[in-house]
Design a binder for this molecule. Structure first.
Ligand SMILES: Nc1ncnc2c1ncn2[C@@H]1O[C@H](COP(=O)(O)OP(=O)(O)O)[C@@H](O)[C@H]1O
Ligand SMILES: [Mg+2]
Length: 331
């Protein structure tokens, strides 16, 4: 029974996550949905998830009702089984009235307790189901791990070498296929290719967000797999295609590049990225202005290009030996 409760609760919890996911997805992309006048379809999409949630909740409640009913029947039988014989024993004079009432009182007490214990146990398995559902997404192994006792990257001149690198995202074809590329110290290299050619994939491999399916990537002769990820990413400044800013102040967003930097350095970086001008004029709904203004949902809305400039300012502030710009000025 406990197993059935856990499974029903797990399914109910799963349906609940699905509703949340669909609602959040619709709200996060509200402009696209409005633009394509998909409100009706979108509503039906969320409603189908809600219907599923309702059905699974009903199934869970039905199970609870069945259990409650089963317990009530058992308790009824217990009461009859104890009080009936006790009354008979009393009628033939074997036990006294006091003993009969004591037995009846104990049985009633047991009735109450068994209900209480059942609900506690059921609640426990209900929560076990919810936890199991959450663990399925939390307990996924990291794909990229540091080698045991991986040393930090020892950077000399920052020569980057891709040696026979292939990566198809497990599809067996397409993407990167046997890429050889050497970026010498001080060299600026531009990669050109049509959409989907694998430009972003190449830089993501350099940042070791994934390991290549074949081949090696070396910085100053050190294989990325042999060094610690934090030292690798510390050495690379990256402005990506879709920069997301944290829902914090502009200052916090730029300082993430180098938290110990001073105010003057931060402003210098913003000036280099030509962001200082518009940042000065920002003011969010809570009255915070300039670098203190918050961005994101409860703050000011920046344009795509403005977001990119803030992202550029933070890599300028980071001043890493290797700079990667992935279509950093697309907006
Ligand atoms: N996370 C991913 N999982 C599976 N396939 C991916 C992933 N990211 C990119 N791809 C595929 O790899 C190819 C190269 O993508 P990408 O490197 O982003 O191209 P671009 O040159 O436009 O930056 C595309 O065919 C894309 O569908
Ligand atoms: Mg790209």
């Amino acid at each position: 029974i406990a197993r059935r409760v856990a499974v029903a609760s797990e399914k109910w919890s799963d349906a609940r996550s699905m509703v949340t996911a669909r609602v959040v997805d619709a709200y996060a992309n509200i402009e696209t949905i409005k633009l394509f006048a998909r409100d009706g379809a979108e509503e039906r999409y969320v409603q189908s998830a809600m219907r599923r949630l309702r059905l699974r909740f009903q199934r869970f409640l039905r199970l609870m009702t069945e259990l409650g009913l089963g317990l009530a029947v058992l308790n009824g039988l217990l009461l009859i089984g104890v009080v009936g014989p006790a009354l008979w024993l009393w009628s033939v004079g074997i036990v006294s009235v006091g003993e009969v009432s004591a037995a009846a009182a104990l049985t009633l007490r047991l009735n109450g307790m068994s209900g209480w214990i059942m609900w506690v146990v059921i609640r426990m398995f209900e929560h076990a189901g919810v936890i199991r559902e959450a663990l399925r997404s939390l307990a996924v192994e990291h794909e990229v791990r540091d080698a045991p006792k991986a040393p930090a990257l020892a950077l000399h001149e920052a020569e980057i070498e891709f040696r026979g690198v292939s990566h198809h995202y497990g599809k067996g074809r397409g993407g990167l296929d046997g890429v050889n590329l050497v970026v010498r110290p001080g060299e600026k290299v531009g990669l050109v290719g049509r959409s989907g050619a694998g430009k972003s994939s190449l830089v993501n491999l350099l940042l070791r967000f994934r390991d290549p399916e074949a081949g090696q990537i070396l910085i100053d002769g050190q294989d990325l797999r042999q060094i610690s990820q934090s030292s690798l990413r510390g050495a690379i400044g990256m402005v990506s295609q879709d920069n997301s800013l944290l829902h914090r102040s502009i200052r916090a967003n730029i300082l993430i590049g180098r938290p110990e930097a001073g105010e003057a350095e931060m402003i210098a970086a913003a000036e280099k990225a030509e962001a200082h001008g518009f940042i000065k004029g920002l003011r969010d709904s809570a009255g915070r202005s300039g670098y203190g203004a918050h961005v994101g949902e409860r703050g000011v809305k920046l344009s795509g290009g403005q977001r990119q400039r803030v992202a550029i300012a933070r890599v300028i502030l980071k001043d890493a030996p290797i700079l990667v710009l992935d279509e950093a000025t697309s907006a």
